[in-house]
Design a binder for this molecule. Structure first.
Ligand SMILES: [Zn+2]
Length: 389
């Protein structure tokens, strides 16, 4: 049998609530029985393209940071999507307080349509009061309605300690914070490490979006920085963090940085029952694998149907939007609609199709209705309970 790996080679939040809440066993996320789809379900076993608008859906990974991004909300209303907008701490980025205020403003203006994930500052990481500062900030975010917390790849790639050494996510200084999230049942969304393509030369990359991002962000393109840690090292420290925090609900953003192989991702999900993944900006990698190993990708979705959340990473300054010079409300709405519909077609039908990020054709996965309902809606609700119903 050809493994995805060999193909790859050969082809090139609330308040600080009642603290004594009962911890949900991490086991319960993995032990749900995979039910067989009911053949006599009303309307048949599968959805069609025509069902796109009528089925409730959640995009659990977007970044709404400017007024222009409200275009995505208008389109979400038209296409029956709810969204989770995610705050991100980065030193050159907008202050997290500003991101939070903006998210809250949008949520108030569009009740029932949006929720937000807060984040925490790393600015004073090396100061003794940093942990209590973070906990106070998060407590306030949860009081204002944040339903999750994001940790970004700058942990491990940019953050440095007093001795100028890189700090990784399994550093004991994060434990107090992650434990605080675990006892409050707040999920952590982690973009940790990077897709494997980042360690490859541009001409060996499997999908266009990674290629374009690397070309545009040489400072983040790991292949150009052999002095930096390996792809595998980032997975190792992430796994060590999961091992240390078995009661933390963790959502690995971008297919948990294991986008290139459903087999490898399956192994990690088996090892860490407290982990789910979102598909944000990595659906192209599933499509790429479906070109040569359709059944494996399909079967992965059947087996892990309770652990995968639909997400896109939609934002007005996303690479593809910038490259296509889309800068109007109408343009953004059209882009969002086309992206969401293309993904729907990929997951619900077995049509032969193309995607802008992938060379060549692949077939849709034609997943049963109940799997679609989970990846598009029910899993987000279960893993991120505060998300709009
Ligand atoms: Zn993102």
């Amino acid at each position: 049998m050809i493994s995805a790996a060999s193909i790859f080679k050969t082809i090139a939040q609330l308040t600080c609530l009642s603290l004594p809440v009962i911890l949900m066993s991490a086991q319960s996320y993995s032990q749900e029985k995979i039910a067989k789809p009911a053949k006599d379900a009303p309307g048949g076993q599968y959805y069609t393209v025509g069902d796109f608008k009528s089925v409730k859906k959640i995009d659990s990974h977007v970044h709404l940071t400017e007024d222009l991004d409200t275009a995505f909300i208008s389109q979400a209303e038209a296409d029956n999507f709810r969204m989770l907008t995610i705050n991100v701490y980065s030193s050159p980025g907008d202050p997290i307080e500003q991101q939070q205020d903006f998210a809250i403003k949008l949520i108030k203006a569009h009740p029932g349509r949006l929720a937000y994930a807060t984040t925490f500052s790393l600015k004073n990481y090396n100061e003794p009061g940093w942990q209590s500062e973070v906990i106070a900030y998060l407590r306030n975010s949860f009081a204002q309605g944040a339903v999750a917390v994001k940790v970004w790849k700058n942990v491990g790639m940019q953050l440095r300690d007093k001795n100028n050494q890189l700090v990784f996510v399994d550093n004991p200084r994060f434990d107090t914070i992650f434990n605080f999230l675990a006892i409050n049942h707040i999920p952590l969304i982690g973009h940790l490490g990077e897709h494997k393509n980042s360690w490859l030369p541009l001409d060996k990359m499997t999908v266009k979006n990674n290629h374009d991002y690397a070309a545009a962000h040489p400072e983040e393109y790991m292949y150009l920085h052999p002095d930096r840690p390996s792809y595998e090292y980032y997975l190792k420290v992430r796994d060590h963090m999961l091992q240390k925090n078995p009661n933390l609900k963790f959502i690995g953003a971008h297919l948990g940085s294991l986008e290139w192989s459903v087999d490898e991702l399956a192994k990690t999900l088996d090892k860490y029952p407290n982990m789910a993944v979102d598909m944000a900006e990595r659906i192209s990698h599933l499509q790429y694998q479906a070109k040569t190993n359709w059944k494996r990708v399909h079967d992965f979705f059947i087996k892990y149907q309770d652990r995968i959340l639909y997400g896109t990473d939609m934002r007005h300054d996303a690479m593809d939007i910038v490259n296509e010079h889309i800068a109007t409300v109408e343009g953004l709405r059209k882009h969002a609609h086309e992206t969401w519909l293309r993904h729907w077609r990929f997951f619900t039908t077995n049509e032969k199709m193309k995607a802008p990020e992938v060379q060549g054709e692949f077939n849709g996965l034609k997943l049963p209705r109940q799997v679609i309902d989970k990846i598009y809606y029910k899993n987000a609700q279960r893993w991120i309970p505060g998300i709009p119903k």
